[in-house]
Design a protein around this ligand. Structure first.
Ligand code: AMP
Length: 302
């Protein structure tokens, strides 16, 4: 089944202890769509400016990504600049230039209106809801990402959007902030009252945890010797997670657990190189091998 992805397509300026790139293709929807396309067909909704070239779009070609919903507007593409210090977990945002994103009003092409699986990447919760209002059939699963900016500045809008969401995918700091609870299990209980029935907490190099009904599932971060650029890890995780669920056509507990592993696999590949470089050359065979390795990592006898 196909996956609808809505979010930013961007140019990023990235700085990590391993190097610097002035203009790399990025954006949450880009990472998520490319990662998900290894598992299922993706319909991408976003906006780019007139500085977005055919060469930039080439990352989407040859994959199962439909670009009918990628609007081209006059002006510059969304730009984000970030710097990571020695501790690759901490990043500082140096610049956020909304450009064509400032007036973005997502419009779903008719063929996207029956999307059974939907991922709403981190954008204004009002826009996330506007996407849901254009879907004509009740989706099987809606997952949402958000950030401190929206939790602080538009809490009422975010709550309204969460009422229509089944899976919330955020990091541990955002989980604590949204719930005003330090303990993550208590935080999950609080979040379930807001709408979602599954909480996926992304914990960077410490892995990911899913709380769902009364069960908790946790995977470690994949042990990597070299991490060059953490940008897009969360969105690649979301792509692997949602792509895996959409291809299975299931939201059972077993399917969700497998999706957490494939999400972790995709995030771990992304951070190995700058920007989208690792996903560009990645193969399905490498994905399967790493998923198997994940299983071995966490297997033990009692
Ligand atoms: P992640 O590292 O998974 O949190 O995602 C990083 C990507 O999110 C980058 O490629 C940025 O272009 C994009 N991004 C950063 N800030 C924002 C924002 N405020 N709204 C939408 N996308 C953003």
């Amino acid at each position: 089944m196909s996956l609808l992805v809505v979010g930013s397509v961007a140019f990023d300026a990235l700085e990590t202890p391993f190097g610097k790139v002035a203009r790399a293709l990025g954006g949450a929807a880009t990472y998520c769509s490319v990662a998900a396309s290894f598992f299922t067909g993706v319909n991408l909704v976003g906006v780019v400016g007139d500085d977005f070239t055919e060469k930039d779009a080439s990352i989407f070609r040859g994959r199962h990504i439909d670009l009918t919903g990628l609007e081209r507007a006059r002006g510059k593409t969304f730009f984000w600049a970030g710097r990571y210090t020695d501790n690759l977990n901490d990043r500082v945002t140096l610049a956020t230039e909304l450009n064509v994103f400032a007036t973005f009003n997502p419009k779903l092409p008719p063929a996207y209106r029956h999307s059974p699986y939907i991922f709403l990447a981190n954008i204004d919760p009002k826009l996330q809801r506007s996407v849901l209002s254009q879907v004509s059939r009740r989706p099987k699963l809606v997952a949402l990402d958000t950030m401190n900016y929206w939790i602080e500045r538009t809490p009422a809008e975010l709550r309204e959007t969460l009422r229509h969401t089944q899976v919330l995918m955020i990091n541990d700091a955002e989980t604590r902030q949204l719930s005003s609870q330090h303990n993550l299990l208590r935080a999950a209980k609080h979040i379930f009252k807001l709408g979602p029935r599954t909480l996926v907490i992304k914990r960077g190099e410490h892995g990911a945890m899913m709380v769902h009904d009364n069960s908790v599932f946790s995977v470690p971060g994949y042990p990597l010797e070299e991490v060059h650029d953490p940008t897009g890890a969360g969105d690649s995780f979301a792509g692997g997670f949602m792509g895996c669920l959409a291809s299975a056509g299931s939201t059972s507990d077993a399917a969700l657990r497998r999706a957490i592993v494939y999400g972790s696999v995709m995030g771990s590949f992304t951070v190995e190189r700058f920007g989208l470089d690792r996903l560009r050359t990645l193969t399905r065979r490498e994905i399967t091998a790493r998923a198997r390795h994940f299983r071995r990592l966490t297997q033990f006898r009692l």
